[in-house]
Design a protein. Structure first.
Lengths: 615, 85
């Protein structure tokens, strides 16, 4: 049934894979009916999917440099789109996004706009040109365009800083999910997660990561969409929730009015002993906060996430793998389409989760019910035992008020199927989806860092005469070392998942956005300008972060006055980078004729790449 | 004007138009979030709809349109790529 090569058969192979996965879900559902325990089903979901990824990783092993670094540049548009979507959507997107919308309302949804709008910048300003350039890594472009190891090293520095901030959060998420599903301690879960991640990437580099990411995308999107559609139909929200939840959204508005949106004081929360990280609903579901500062906070957050998206190396390098420049462009469009499927569902899931809990007419509603009755519900007991939900009877009336119900953000995704009365098999599926999301992003990031160090630092700077075998061994050793370093830091639990993710965007935009864009769009940009821009942008952004972040120097008067807090420090770093880069470029000698010709050549889609097939 | 210059001129204009549309859906709309939220679309308040779904969808369509139009520009200037795969 398989004629022709692997690439021609991709639709068939992944079609069979998807079918097989659905059969597996049905099998699990049957086993649940037959009385197999929840724990066993959870373990099987995670173990089975991880085993499949490992198998794909092993089948994609390679000893060729261009297969290892850019998957042989033969990944078709749509599949590269899926791989990018999995690369992009992290454990945080999967687990925490809907919860963020649930608690943060309109202001938080700036993340949705930011994490999608950035792809317009990727496709218009960067992806096709970097593909034409033919580089293996992002610093490879910077190093060749501006010339010299100094500028290459600066780009590696920004890449490592941004990607490493991000990867610890992902390994943390794999650890959390592995620990929960396999019933092991978190510290052990982190290392189990790491081994799974390395199984996918170590033998086959970019080629293996590409084909596992496609498989992971399929698992994560199925795991996200099934509960959304199922719950919507179950509570009468409509067959197609994205278009039909208008009434539910309006109903939430009415319920907010009748229950009242109360912001608990910090003293009350402390006195009641609410575990850290748990929140109650205090922000309107659809209301837009008024005033110039609110607008600025929304726009600046969206802008940081958009520009950060266009500077993150693990995303940009996915477009090095397409067969042609025009396919790189189309592939960006497909990536965003696949991302859109999940991101547009997150607010719907938040809506469904909220109405399930708030509406007294639904059997699942708990707000406004006697606390003793709520405490008797199975899922409330199970999640309270894990300190994921909490009830504090502030006014002592024995009735659960809206401000007396506390949840951790991740619970919105992880517990909603249970809350809405879906069978446990769906919860197992969601765990597998979260694991797929966190693993795929961690894989892309670890590979981006290891490739930059092995190609740009080791091969280009330390030992340019190294043969292929030696280069690939170094690349793999670095992969393991970086993964282990990430896992070690993750096991120390330093920041919350989302804080760290936003920082990666700010670091990347402070140091890389303008050097990349001007490298293509401004022939006059010079090496000195790029170095000065990268370093000053990074320094300015980092200093601002340290100055205002409450856990560092904590000068919040500044972030309160400007609206630029620790999530948005790229708003300081990137403009500094731009100004310094332009000024220094104009003060130094224009790039030589050969460099200018190279830039002109980059802008033309047809013809050979600037860098050779093997370099 | 050489073919190369013509191609780059057109590509630049195309990029600028695309980014103007992008700026509208990513920023301009949300400068008036509070004002437009009293209107509704599909039963959702408009600003809520745009941030939850509308702008996201606009970006998807925008990139598909951008890629298609850029291919036309490449063909027109003789820089189209031969069909590969």
């Amino acid at each position: 049934m398989f004629k022709g090569g692997f690439i021609q058969n991709l639709p068939k192979i992944y079609g069979l894979y998807t079918g097989g996965f659905i059969v597996f879900i049905i099998l699990m559902a049957i086993m649940e009916q037959a009385g197999v325990s929840k724990e066993a089903i959870g373990i099987m979901f995670v173990a089975f999917t991880v085993a499949i990824y490992a198998l794909i990783g092993w089948l994609s092993r390679t000893v060729q440099v261009d297969a290892y670094y850019v998957a042989g540049r033969q990944v078709p548009t749509v599949f590269n789109g899926m791989a990018t979507a999995a690369d992009w959507m992290s454990g945080a997107s999967f687990v925490a996004l809907a919860g963020g919308v649930y608690f943060g309302g309109y202001g938080y949804m700036a993340f949705l706009v930011g994490w999608t709008g950035g792809y317009v910048l990727v496709s218009t300003l960067l992806a096709p040109y970097l593909r034409k350039f033919g580089c293996y890594t992002v610093p490879d472009f910077i190093g060749t365009r501006y010339g010299g190891n100094g500028v290459r090293f600066c780009a590696v520095l920004v890449l490592v800083l941004a990607s490493f901030t991000y990867v610890t959060a992902q390994i943390n998420a794999t650890g959390t999910i592995a620990a929960r599903a396999l019933q092991i301690p978190f510290e052990l879960g982190v290392w189990v997660g790491l081994v799974s991640i390395l199984l996918c990437s170590m033998l086959g580099g970019m080629r293996a990561v590409t084909w596992t990411q496609v498989a992971q995308y399929i698992v994560l999107i199925v795991a996200y969409l099934i509960p959304v559609f199922w719950i919507s139909n179950r509570i009468g929200g409509g067959v197609f929730p994205h278009l039909m939840l208008g009434d539910e959204v309006a109903r939430i508005g009415e319920l907010e009015q009748s229950f009242g949106l109360v912001k608990n004081s910090a003293a009350d929360i402390k006195a009641a002993g609410v575990p850290g990280g748990l929140k109650s609903i205090a922000v309107s579901h659809t209301g837009v906060p008024e005033g110039g500062m609110a607008v600025w906070k929304y726009i600046s957050l969206a802008m940081c996430m958009m520009i950060g998206t266009a500077s993150l190396p693990h995303i940009l390098m996915r477009y090095f793998t397409t067969p042609s420049v025009k396919q790189a462009r189309k592939s960006v469009a497909w990536s965003l389409f696949f991302i859109f499927l999940l991101y547009s569902s997150a607010p719907m899931l938040a809506t469904l989760s909220k109405i399930s809990l708030m509406d007294p007419n639904l059997p699942t509603g708990i707000i406004g019910k006697p606390i003793s009755a709520v405490m008797a519900i199975d899922w409330v007991q199970a999640w309270s035992a894990q300190k994921q939900v909490f009830i504090a009877d502030f006014n002592g009336d024995g009735i659960l008020q809206l401000n007396e119900w506390f949840m951790r953000t991740g619970v919105v995704v992880l517990a909603t199927p249970e809350v809405a009365g879906l069978p446990y098999v769906i919860s197992g599926l969601v765990a597998a989806g979260g694991m797929a999301a966190a693993m795929s992003t961690a894989d892309g990031l670890v590979l981006a860092i290891a490739n930059a160090l092995s190609h740009d630092v080791y091969f280009k700077m330390v030992d340019p005469k190294a043969d292929v075998r030696k280069r690939l061994i170094v690349a793999r050793v670095l992969l393991v070392v970086i993964g282990a370093a990430g896992a070690y830091i993750a096991s120390m639990r330093i920041t919350s998942i989302l804080g760290a993710v936003a920082w990666a965007f700010d670091f990347a935009m402070s140091g890389l956005f303008f050097p990349l864009v001007l490298g293509v769009w401004w022939k006059r940009a010079t090496r000195e300008g790029a170095i000065a821009g990268m370093l000053s942008g990074l320094a300015a952004g980092t200093m601002y972060l340290v100055y205002v972040y409450p856990k560092f120097m904590g000068n919040t008067w500044l972030s309160d006055a400007t609206g630029i807090d620790h999530l948005r420090f790229g708003m300081i770093g990137a403009p500094v980078c731009l100004v310094v880069m332009v000024v220094v470029s104009l003060m130094t000698k224009a790039p030589d004729a050969a460099t200018q010709r190279m830039v002109e050549e980059t802008r033309i889609p047809s013809g050979r790449t600037i860098l050779g097939k093997q370099h | 004007m050489s073919n190369k210059e013509k191609h780059w001129e057109k590509s630049k204009n195309h990029m600028i138009i695309t980014l103007v549309i992008w700026f509208f859906f990513s920023t301009v709309i949300f400068m008036f979030g509070a004002e437009i939220n009293s209107m509704t679309f599909l039963g959702y308040p408009l600003a809520y709809y745009m941030t939850a779904q509308g702008s996201l969808l606009a970006f998807v369509l925008l990139i598909f349109w951008f890629a298609g139009k850029q291919e036309d520009i490449d063909e027109e200037c003789g820089f189209g790529e031969k069909e590969d795969n």
